[in-house]
Design a binder for this molecule. Structure first.
Ligand code: HEC
Length: 250
C-alpha cells in the first residue's frame, strides 16, 4: 500500500480509484520535488558563485603581484633570469662584505657549526650540499623535491629570487637583486665550512671579443704553471721510504 497522503485522500473514495490516486499522487509530488530541487540548486549556485568570486579575487590579486616583479626574468626559469642577464662574478666577491650582507639572513639562519635551526635551517657548510640537507628541519616539499646541490650558480639563482628558483618554498625572503651582494654573501657562505674552489670570473669568457689576443696570451703560461705544481707532491705522499727513490729519479 502507498503511504497515506492528505492531498490524495479525497480522491481515494473507492478501492478501484487506486490507479487514479497513485497517478495524481505521483504528479503533484513530482512537482514538489522538482521545485525543491530547483530551489536547492539555485541556492547552491549562489553559494558557489559567491565563494568563487572571493577565491578568484584572492588568487588573481596575488598572481598579479607575483607577476609584476619577475616578468622579464621569466625567460629562463631554470638558470635564474638575473644570473643569465648579468653573470655574477664570484671571484670578485668579498667574504668580509658578505658577512655584512648575511645580517639580512640572520633573523632566520644560524651559520656556525652545529648552530640551531631557526625559521630557516642552519647554513654551516651548506655550499656544495644537496638541497634540503639539514636533518630534522621541516623543509617545504618544493625544496625537498627540487633535486640538486648548492653549487655557485644554484645558490646565485636562489638568492636572486628564492620563490622564482623554488616555486613553493617556505623561505619568505624577497631576494638580493644586486649581483655584487650575492657574490659577497655566497663567498662568505663558502668560507663557513665549505671552501669549494671559487669559479673564475665570467668576464674571462665574455671579454674575449674585446681583448682576445692579449688575455689568452697572458693567461696561457699561468695555467700551465698552476697545473704543474700540484702533481709531484701527490706522488710523494706514500710513506717515509718513498723520498729516496723520488730523489734518485730526479
Ligand atoms: C624570513 C626568514 C628567512 C630569511 C630572512 C632568509 N631565509 Fe633562507 N631559508 C628560510 C627557510 C624557511 C628556508 C627553508 C626553505 C624551504 O624549506 O623551502 C630557508 C632555506 C635556505 C637555504 C637552503 C638550505 C638547505 O639546506 O637546502 C639557503 C641556502 C638559505 N636559506 C640561504 C639564505 C640566505 C643566504 C639568506 C640571506 C641572504 C636567507 N636565506 C634569508 C628562511 C629565511
Amino acid at each position: 500500500m502507498p503511504p497515506r497522503c492528505l492531498r490524495c485522500a479525497p480522491v481515494a473514495t473507492k478501492w478501484t480509484a487506486n490507479i487514479k490516486r497513485t497517478a495524481l499522487h505521483g504528479a503533484h509530488h513530482e512537482m514538489d520535488d522538482r521545485f525543491n530541487t530547483m530551489a536547492g540548486w539555485a541556492l547552491f549556485a549562489g553559494i558557489v558563485a559567491l565563494g568563487g568570486t572571493i577565491v578568484s579575487g584572492e588568487y588573481f590579486r596575488h598572481h598579479e603581484v607575483e607577476k609584476g616583479g619577475y616578468e622579464v626574468a621569466d625567460a629562463s626559469p631554470e638558470a635564474g633570469g638575473a644570473a643569465s642577464a648579468k653573470p655574477t662574478d664570484f671571484s670578485a666577491g668579498d667574504p668580509v662584505k658578505g658577512a655584512a650582507v648575511f645580517a639580512k639572513c640572520q633573523s632566520c639562519h644560524s651559520i656556525e657549526a652545529g648552530g640551531a635551526n631557526g625559521i630557516g635551517p642552519n647554513l654551516h657548510a651548506s655550499m656544495g650540499k644537496p638541497f634540503a640537507h639539514v636533518a630534522g628541519f621541516a623543509y617545504s616539499d618544493a625544496l625537498k623535491s627540487k633535486g640538486g646541490n648548492w653549487g655557485w650558480s644554484e645558490m646565485d639563482a636562489w638568492l636572486a629570487s628564492p620563490k622564482k628558483y623554488v616555486n613553493g618554498t617556505k623561505m619568505s625572503f624577497a631576494g638580493l637583486s644586486n649581483p655584487e651582494d650575492r657574490a659577497n654573501v655566497i663567498r662568505y657562505l663558502n668560507d663557513q665550512g665549505s671552501n669549494l674552489p671559487v669559479p673564475p670570473p665570467p668576464a674571462a669568457e665574455a671579454a674575449t671579443a674585446d681583448a682576445a689576443a692579449t688575455t689568452t696570451a697572458a693567461e696561457a703560461p699561468g695555467k700551465v704553471q698552476t697545473s704543474a705544481v700540484p702533481s709531484p707532491p701527490v706522488a710523494d705522499t706514500g710513506n717515509a721510504s718513498t723520498p729516496a727513490p723520488a730523489a734518485s729519479a730526479k
